[in-house]
Every structure is written in structure tokens, then in C-alpha cells.
Design a protein around this ligand. Structure first.
Ligand SMILES: [Zn+2]
Length: 217
């Protein structure tokens, strides 16, 4: 597998405020899908396609459910103050399903999230949910990686955060340059994950060991 590795630059986690703009109605969204079907060259009134606009809009509700959720609120209301645990916490192989903002096609892969707490910890399921809230939006992988790391840093104020995402982009595999098997790897390291080589190595070895382990099927 070819792998492109690039470290994401620091970025703001600010997002377009979607509540400021009028949201089209469901029937407007269905009409838009109908237009795309016609534009592709098919007949939206034929039997197999009759329910398609409705189904596509329902699917979009799932794909982009992240716009209706506030990632800050998700962590802010659930962290626990605890001085008792100060070892690295890593959640690896979080299933990642997102959509690229350039072509609106799937980005599929895995996210690995680690942090070294400084008094505040959050449940594993909340970390996985945080990944999902950002993934279920239109994304580029670099921004997605930064948003997850920056939110954990802001809310939990740990000693450091590391986020690594490995993903395949269907806009690269099914169209354009057609490079199946290529996955892009992005990372964002903050605090001691950036500055302390030992911490960074420990994190990378925890998430990397998985690849060398035999696969159970
Ligand atoms: Zn794309």
C-alpha cells in the first residue's frame, strides 16, 4: 500500500456557522437530487428511481448529522476531574466515515486518538463520538485531524494530544487519478506529543503495533 504522510499545519477549529444561512426544505433537497439524476442522463420518473431522491436525502441526514451536534458541548458536559490517572490514554482504530468536501464522496478509514491527561478525562465512547461529530460533515482529512485534536486540547487541557488518521478517499480511487490502495495519513500532535520524543514514540508504537499483529477473522 502506498502511503502519503503529511503533518497538518496548525489551523483554527472554527467552522462555517451553518445556522446563519437558511436551510433548504426537504422537498427542495429532493428536487435537487432529481435534477442530478436527470443531469446524469437518467429518467427520475422510471420505476427504480422514483423513491431515490427521498432515499438520498435520508442518507444525507445520516452522512451529515455532525452539523447538528456541538463537539464542544459533547466534551464539556462529560469530562471528569481526576488526579488519579496520569498515564497516556489511547483509543485506536476508531472507524471513520466522512465525505470529502471537494467531491462529496466517501473518505473511509481509521482514526487513532491519544492524550496524556492533566486532571481531566473523558469516557472512551465520548472520544469516539467526537471523531464522528467532525467526520459527519464535509471535510478534508487535514482539517478533520486538526479539529479533533484541537477540541480535545481546548476542553480537556491535557499535557498533550495526538491524532492520526489513515483513510482512503474514493475521489482518488474511483475517479480522477484512480489510485486504488492509496491511503493518506495525517497527524496532529500537540503539547508533549509534539515536544517530547518519548511520548510521541509511545503513542506511535501503541497505534502502530496493531498493524503487525496477526489478523483474527
Ligand atoms: Zn475529493
Amino acid at each position: 500500500m502506498d502511503t502519503a504522510v503529511f503533518e497538518t499545519p496548525p489551523s483554527t477549529s472554527s467552522r462555517i456557522k451553518s445556522e446563519a444561512r437558511r436551510r433548504p426544505s426537504r422537498s427542495e433537497a429532493e428536487a435537487a437530487v432529481r435534477t442530478l439524476i436527470e443531469w446524469a442522463g437518467d429518467d427520475p420518473d422510471r420505476e427504480g428511481l422514483k423513491e431515490t431522491p427521498e432515499r438520498v436525502v435520508r442518507a444525507y441526514e445520516e452522512f451529515f448529522a455532525g452539523y447538528d451536534e456541538d463537539p464542544v458541548a459533547l466534551l464539556a458536559t462529560t469530562f471528569e476531574e481526576t488526579a488519579a490517572y496520569d498515564e497516556m490514554i489511547v483509543l485506536r482504530d476508531i472507524r471513520l466515515e466522512s465525505h470529502c468536501e471537494h467531491h462529496m464522496v466517501p473518505i473511509l478509514g481509521r482514526a487513532h486518538v491519544g492524550y496524556l491527561p492533566a486532571g481531566r478525562v473523558v469516557g472512551f465512547s465520548k472520544l469516539a463520538r467526537l471523531v464522528e461529530v467532525f467526520a459527519k460533515r464535509l471535510q478534508i482529512q487535514e482539517a478533520l485531524t486538526s479539529q479533533i485534536a484541537d477540541t480535545i486540547q481546548d476542553l480537556l487541557q491535557p499535557r498533550g494530544v495526538g491524532v492520526v488518521i489513515e483513510a482512503a478517499h474514493q475521489c482518488m480511487t474511483t475517479r480522477g487519478i484512480r489510485k486504488p490502495g492509496v491511503s493518506a495519513v495525517t497527524s496532529r500532535m500537540l503539547g508533549c506529543f509534539r515536544d517530547d520524543p518519548t511520548t510521541r514514540r509511545e503513542f506511535l508504537s501503541v497505534i502502530g503495533n496493531q498493524r503487525n499483529a496477526p489478523h483474527e477473522t
